[in-house]
Write a protein that binds this ligand. Structure first.
Ligand code: FAD
Length: 558
């Protein structure tokens, strides 16, 4: 196995190189500066750098730490938009889903979803059948994934936990499951490969202007405290729930504004809620929610309530939990779940666009671009699923402006054919890669389950993790600990991991689905980080406490 330590130390996206990135940000004028490193910002950075623009991106927390690690983690086909008669949106997200699947088949996995038709529910057999048929046609659903109507008996066979007394029938359709935070980081890495300078923990504090036009952002590194001015011909505000704050900094918060709604998910051990099948079902207050088995757990969500408190740490309340418990217990027989069964949770804010008189669930999920007199472009609304198209729309706008002011030729978007994480081309290629890596990983005793997990998270880069594990295998014997430390090393060298939470929450997803494993590995992770980081030791100490707080919070309901 080749030695790659030297290579990793000098990779372009290492937390050891933060000061170099800050120098780069300070010393040049970019074509485009993106503020916000969620899925929207990451998608824009990739699209623009793939079209040859010189791009910088600043993110005040970690990449994906805003809404983009707190979603239901589905690449939707847009079924709920059909209910709101947003036909164009259904067609667009259907196409987008196919593209994201093609570009990242290791990370975007088809998942059959059961829609139970229940007495006094929002759907009848007839409306479900017609609705799903229209959806299949509009969203261009592939033949093998089209809707299948089920009798009551067939529905119960599919999911025996459903309450027989209220069940009338069911339908199967297909959603795609993903990992939102990993989708963000893989887009960011591709942007960086193409020359973008992207940095987490850098906060935009304000703007500088030249003759009324925004020309630079004042940015503070949250780790070193260093302040830099980042100059750019164009600036995009992709700050998700914070979009209006930046518009306020730009004194351009007029007209349309954001309407934030809070969404909560709760996680159970699989044995407490042993659904055979992912489901989308009626919940109180006329909403519908998901229950999705995954990684030895089942997660249930989401709520949708108007929110106006602080945005960095939206909290799960007892009321949110009670609502979800009532919804899930209302649909099942035999088992019932309670608050004490919950093993993790998360809570995110939807950056939707306000419409007078509409409730949270009625607000459109369409994205919109706001242009200010200073030239600042702000983008809000939208979904994880549509991030690529949103990015395309706003980068097209930048090219339109550039062709007007600088006579620059329009370059077309190419992200529909940029594979993520090494690229597989097909789901079969993912399976073949798992087999190949399994053979290579014999020396480190990584079994099929572990390799499949690593490939699901890191794509072809899982091979680098296996190679790192091999390098460390004389010092660490246990395969699970070895894999965790190799993942950490990879994250610090290749994915800008700066804190234990970056690693446990957003790169490996352990906080939500394997919380107990964090307790097992956190000391060795702290130790490794302490002796291998170039970051300030007081920052690392603070970030340890941050992880402890997060471990607490996912189990605590105010
Ligand atoms: P964010 O991810 O919030 O990114 C904005 C970033 O800007 C943040 O990281 C923030 O720290 C940064 N920022 C803010 N201010 C500054 C500043 N001054 N300087 C530097 N950086 C700054 N969509 C789907 O397609 N499928 C789903 O299953 C799904 N489920 C959802 C469930 C819930 C509960 C929620 C809340 C949303 C869901 N969505 C889903 C929608 C989707 O998650 C969001 O549309 C998407 O993540 C928004 O991404 P964003 O990049 O615009 O915002």
């Amino acid at each position: 196995m080749r030695t790659i330590f030297i290579f990793l130390k000098t990779t372009p996206f290492s937390s050891a190189k933060r000061s170099v990135f800050l120098d780069q940000m300070e010393s040049q004028t970019f074509d485009l500066l993106v503020i916000g490193g969620g899925i929207t910002g990451a998608g824009i950075a990739l699209d623009a750098s793939a079209r040859g623009l010189k791009v910088a991106l600043v993110e005040k927390q970690d990449f994906g730490a805003g809404t983009s690690s707190r979603s239901t983690k589905l690449i939707h086909g847009g079924l709920r938009y059909l209910k709101q008669l947003e036909i164009g949106l259904v067609m667009e997200v259907g196409r987008e889903r196919e593209i994201v699947y093609r570009n990242a088949p290791h990370l975007v996995i088809p998942e059959k979803m059961l829609l139970p038709v229940i007495e006094k529910g929002s759907l009848s057999e007839f409306s479900t059948s017609i609705g799903l048929y229209v959806y299949d046609v509009l969203a261009g659903v592939k033949p093998g994934e089209r809707r299948k109507m089920l009798s009551k008996e067939q529905t119960l066979k599919q999911e025996p936990l459903l309450r027989k007394g209220i069940l009338k029938a069911g339908a199967l359709y297909t959603e795609y499951r993903s990992d939102d935070a990993r989708l963000v980081i893989e887009n960011m890495k591709e942007a960086v490969k193409r020359g973008a300078v992207c940095l987490n923990y850098t906060r935009c504090e304000g703007f500088n202007y030249d003759q009324g036009k925004v020309k630079a952002a004042r940015v503070t590194d949250q780790i070193s405290g260093r302040e830099v001015e980042v100059k750019a011909h164009y600036i995009i505000n992709a700050a998700g729930p914070w979009v209006d704050e930046l518009r306020e900094m730009d004194k351009s918060r007029q007209g349309k504004r954001l309407h934030l709604t809070k969404g909560v998910h709760i996680v159970f051990p699989y044995e407490k809620l042993p659904f055979r099948q992912a489901m989308y079902f009626d919940a109180p207050l006329g909403r519908m929610i998901f229950a999705i088995p995954r990684d030895g757990c089942t997660y249930v969500g989401t709520t949708d309530t108007t929110y106006s408190d602080q945005k960095e740490r939206p909290a799960v309340t007892k009321e949110d939990v009670d609502y979800l418990l009532q919804a899930v217990n209302g649909i099942i027989d035999g088992v019932q779940v309670q608050e004490s069964d919950i093993i993790s949770s998360w809570c995110g804010l939807r950056p939707l666009i306000h419409e007078d008189g509409k409730s949270p669930s009625e607000l459109s999920r369409k994205d919109e671009i706001f242009e200010s007199a200073s030239g600042l472009l702000s983008i809000a609304g939208g979904k994880l699923t549509g991030y690529r198209k949103m990015s395309q729309r706003i980068v097209d706008k930048i090219f339109d402006r550039m062709s007007g002011s600088q006579g620059k030729a329009f370059v077309a978007c190419s992200t529909h054919r940029i594979p993520l994480a090494g690229g597989f081309g097909s789901p079969q290629a993912v399976d073949r890669f798992v087999e190949l890596l399994l053979g290579e990983a014999k020396q480190v005793n990584f079994g099929r389950e572990l390799i499949t997990k690593l490939v699901g998270k890191y794509g072809k880069n899982a091979r680098t993790i296996v190679e790192l594990a091999y390098e460390m295998s004389r010092k660490v014997q246990d395969a699970e600990s070895l894999a965790t430390l190799a993942e950490l090393r990879y994250g610090m060298a290749e994915e800008m991991v700066c804190t234990p939470s970056d690693f446990f929450v957003r790169r490996s997803g352990m906080l939500y689905f394997n919380r107990l494993d964090i307790l097992k590995h956190r000391e060795s992770v702290f130790l490794w980080m302490e002796s291998n980081t170039s970051l300030d030791s007081s920052f690392l100490i603070a970030s340890k406490s941050e992880l402890e707080r997060e471990l607490e919070e996912v189990m605590h309901f105010a």
